[in-house]
Design a protein around this ligand. Structure first.
Ligand SMILES: Nc1ncnc2c1ncn2[C@@H]1O[C@H](COP(=O)(O)OP(=O)(O)OP(=O)(O)O)[C@@H](O)[C@H]1O
Ligand SMILES: [Mg+2]
Ligand SMILES: [Zn+2]
Length: 331
């Protein structure tokens, strides 16, 4: 984990803690002014805790006295709760409300980083990686099915119907995404909307608060390679993030060089995520033959067996859009 991301996460968590304290102070002020009985009890509670402090500091052997004061304290708190209820407030109105009760918004619990701190840092790191991607440019709303209308595949299959099914599947997938969602293989010729739909899924799933990584296979592998061979000194651990994020989107599989390092990195990523049953979306221009040809059977057999396969069909939308622009019929 990168120090910079951890630092940012710490800042956010300490702001949460301050917010919890301020809110608690405000509630105390409100209740003290509205309910005099509680104001009086709070004053006594304050006295009690001061007495306990003094006894502890004096070092006297007064365990019995401290126990007495503690039980007084508990009784007083019970009275406060009852009074709050009687006045129509929730009985825990004066309790501290932390975002993470486990660590009381300190970021540390049981002598180590609390999970709220590490998961926040991971989220920040993921957003950092996605920043360069056009993740916000593509959405389900801007996906136009009319580009596929009136076209047939070589085998006579209706492109609109096929793409409508894929579009609906992706929309549902994003809406109901969970860490148990299946993996998807999107394959087909260039310009048919594979990247567009995978980015649409990415932004919807990110919005739900999951960690999502999106980039081309080439970019991910280069980054992993640079870190592996020490050429990148940033302290990033891209490989771990690829193995752990809730949803990984590998765009343009097959455009990377055939090196043993890349082959084994791809195998490691796909295989590890499969074993952890974490969903991955792969898009590629290769068909099944191409994929089987290029990759080890250990990878391909698993992809074909466990991924939901979607064959993108139609006519290159980049070209269609350019034609429409030239004829001025659509922008
Ligand atoms: N159905 C569609 N409606 C609107 N825009 C689309 C649609 N399909 C594709 N596009 C746009 O056309 C361009 C090419 O689409 P995209 O990049 O998704 O294709 P691709 O299948 O990933 O192609 P490649 O295999 O070359 O990566 C993008 O700008 C995308 O936003
Ligand atoms: Mg693409
Ligand atoms: Zn915590």
């Amino acid at each position: 984990m990168k120090a910079e991301h951890l630092e940012q996460a710490r800042g956010i968590i300490s702001a949460r803690r301050n917010r919890a304290r301020t809110m608690n102070d405000e509630r105390f002020a409100e209740i003290n002014s509205r309910i005099p009985e509680i104001a009086e009890i709070n004053r006594q509670l304050f006295q009690t805790s001061r007495s306990i402090m003094q006894i502890i500091q004096s070092g006297e052997s007064t365990e019995k006295r401290i126990e007495e004061l503690k039980s007084q304290n508990q009784q007083a708190q019970l009275m406060v709760r009852n009074l709050l209820k009687a006045y129509g407030y929730p009985e825990n109105y004066l309790d501290m409300e932390y975002v993470c009760p486990k660590c009381s918004d300190t970021g540390y619990s049981a002598g180590t980083y609390c999970s709220c701190l590490t998961s926040l840092a991971a989220q920040i790191a993921a957003n950092d990686l996605n920043r360069n991607a056009q993740i916000n440019l593509c959405s389900f709303d801007s996906f136009d099915l009319s580009y596929y209308r009136g076209r047939k595949t070589e085998s006579g299959y209706d492109c609109f119907k096929a793409m409508e099914m894929i579009y609906n599947f992706c929309k549902e997938y994003a809406a109901h995404f969970s860490k148990d969602s299946p993996s998807i293989l999107m394959y087909g010729n260039t310009g048919l909307g594979k990247t567009h739909l995978s980015l649409s899924i990415a932004s919807a799933v990110l919005e739900k608060g999951f960690s999502v990584l999106y980039d081309s296979v080439i970019n991910f592998l280069r980054q992993v390679e640079n870190e592996h061979f020490g050429r990148d000194q940033s302290g990033n651990d891209t490989l771990s993030m690829l193995l752990e994020c809730d949803l990984l989107i590998l765009d343009d599989l097959g455009t990377e060089f055939d090196t043993p390092f890349y082959q084994s990195a791809i195998y490691n990523i796909i295989n590890t995520r499969m074993n952890r049953s974490l969903p991955t979306i792969i898009s590629t221009n290769m068909d099944w033959n191409g994929i089987s040809h290029k990759y080890d059977e250990r990878i391909t057999s698993r992809i074909f067996a466990t991924y939901v396969n979607h064959h993108f069909v139609g006519y290159d939308v980049r070209i269609l859009k350019a034609q429409q622009k030239r004829s001025g019929s659509k922008n």
